[in-house]
Ligand binder design. Structure first.
Ligand code: AMP
Ligand code: SF4
Length: 464
């Protein structure tokens, strides 16, 4: 559905760009989950958790607010022995953020415990919840996971786990990569559009699923394949069983996974994230060259694209901006002044490099424009004579309804503004974006979700 046919107000629910892992049949599963969640830390820093099947068959959960290394210490890991577990890292959001939403969640289905964790956003969650609440069901959190788990546990869709999960998944529309742990099975499921990545690997005699392949690498697992859109994997002692919750349709991997979210050493559906970004930089230079002396990235997320741009332009790639790694994320601060201060604390310009130079700055995206506006000023203050912004993605003009908390259309700098108005706001001498066509070319694929760039939402948005 195109957004022009839906309400413009932001009535979205929970927005989570998170990371999930699952281990089956792996000795010391919790310590492996600890390591792999750390390698997915870029996908969420607000909270994390692990649920494990203990040797006596019961499920144990530990979760809390903070980074993985803050929530899990040797003691917690020692107290969670087992071979099967799931884990989650949660991204902080501006609208919903209580500790009750940290995952995984533990539930029981006919006295059989199960744990569930998911990454994404269910677009018809409000409708399904309202329906269930009218029937008298109560929910404890605002998380879509609770809804998913409720539907699994309700017995509405059959007695065996597979039918229950399949039935629940069929009712829910939107973006999700979900892992579910029972006493003797691990399930992994991707929505039918395939918005969020989910990979399968092998570790010894056991199996691993993870949001990104970098998490497989971190524990020495061998990549087997991506879980397909609409696929439900059931892993138990007889091996791996695959079924589909829906027939294959459009394949809409989130373009922002390639552009910004995923780690550069991950491979998503056959395309290296670093390779994609580097190529997007090369194509950006071909589409929009600039007369300049040097190229710089905005550390670190645009490094790969800057390498591609600088190489194509035959310009030196310099460290014109440096990042203080110890400053927390600025993107989700609630007020503009807090975001401004955050960016100033996080980044600074290197006078000895940019002084007296015409600088091309490559960033992966402009969302509200906070970062670009501040770095252009910083570079000028450090003596740059010209600042040319080149963005390795198309203008981000439409809100995301699939788990990325980027704000309303009004808050998006490219929402309803011309290129020149945006350039003026950020104060650059020139500003250019990558075309949507080049985005597909860089990814080497013909289908992607590009809704935040073109407003073509792959799902219904279920808004009044
Ligand atoms: P802004 O400052 O609002 O224009 O945000 C753009 C900057 O934040 C870019 O430097 C991106 O690397 C980064 N970014 C883009 N999308 C996101 C997101 N969803 N969450 C956090 N940071 C982001
Ligand atoms: Fe990703 Fe943009 Fe689609 Fe959201 S709208 S899933 S950020 S491509």
């Amino acid at each position: 559905m195109h957004v022009s046919s839906v309400a413009r107000t932001d009535t979205r629910g929970l927005h989570e760009e998170c990371g999930v892992v699952g281990f089956y049949g792996v000795e010391g599963a919790t310590s492996h989950a600890f390591l792999s969640l750390q390698s997915l830390q870029h996908r969420g820093q607000q909270g994390c958790g692990i649920a494990v099947v203990l040797p006596d068959g019961s499920l144990k959960l530990h979760k809390g607010a903070g980074l993985v290394k803050e929530v899990f210490h040797q003691q917690e890991i020692n107290d969670m022995p087992g071979r099967n577990c799931i884990g989650h890292v949660r991204y902080p959001t501006t609208n919903v953020g209580g500790p009750e939403n940290i995952q995984p969640f533990l539930f029981a289905r006919m006295e059989n415990p199960f744990a569930l964790a998911h990454n994404g956003n269910i677009v018809n969650a409000a409708q399904v919840k309202t329906y269930l609440e009218k029937l008298g069901h109560l929910f404890h959190s605002t998380s879509d996971s609770e809804l998913f788990a409720y539907l699994v546990g309700s017995g509405l869709h059959g007695d065996d786990w597979e039918s229950a999960i399949c039935g629940a998944a069929r009712l829910l529309d939107g973006a999700y990569a979900t892992v579910i742990l029972t006493r003797d099975k691990l399930f992994a499921c991707r929505d039918k559009y395939g918005f969020r990545p989910l990979s399968l690997g092998k570790l010894g005699e056991g199996y691993v699923v993870a949001s990104e392949t970098c998490a497989l690498d971190s524990v020495g697992a061998t990549f087997i394949r991506d879980i397909e859109p609409g696929e439900l994997l059931c892993i138990d002692q007889t091996g791996i069983h695959s079924s589909f919750i829906a027939r294959k349709g459009a394949h809409c991997m989130c373009a922002m996974e390639y552009i910004y979210f995923a780690r550069p050493d991950s491979v998503i559906e056959g395309s290296s994230v670093h390779g994609f970004r580097r190529k997007s930089g090369t194509l950006l230079q071909k589409e929009h060259p600039a007369q300049a002396d040097l190229v710089t990235c905005v550390p670190e997320s645009s490094m790969s694209a800057a390498i591609g741009y600088a190489e194509a332009a035959r310009l030196p790639l310099e460290m014109g901006l440096v990042k203080n790694m110890y400053v927390a994320r600025t993107f989700i601060q609630p007020t503009q002044s807090m975001r401004d201060v955050g960016v100033k604390m996080k980044l600074s310009a290197v006078r000895s490099i940019v002084g007296g130079k015409r600088v091309v700055v490559i960033d992966d995206s402009i969302v509200r424009g906070t970062t670009s506006r501040i770095i252009v000023q910083m570079l000028r203050d450090a003596g740059a004579t010209e600042v040319h912004m080149r963005i390795a993605s198309p203008p981000y003009a439409w809100p995301c309804y699939y788990g990325i908390d980027t704000g309303t259309k009004e808050q998006l700098l490219a929402g309803g503004r011309t290129l020149d108005q945006i350039r003026e706001y950020i104060g650059a001498d020139s500003l250019e974006y990558l075309s949507v066509q080049a985005l597909y070319e860089a990814a080497g694929r013909t289908q992607l979700c590009t809704a935040c760039f073109d407003g073509n939402y792959p799902t219904d948005l279920y808004q009044e």
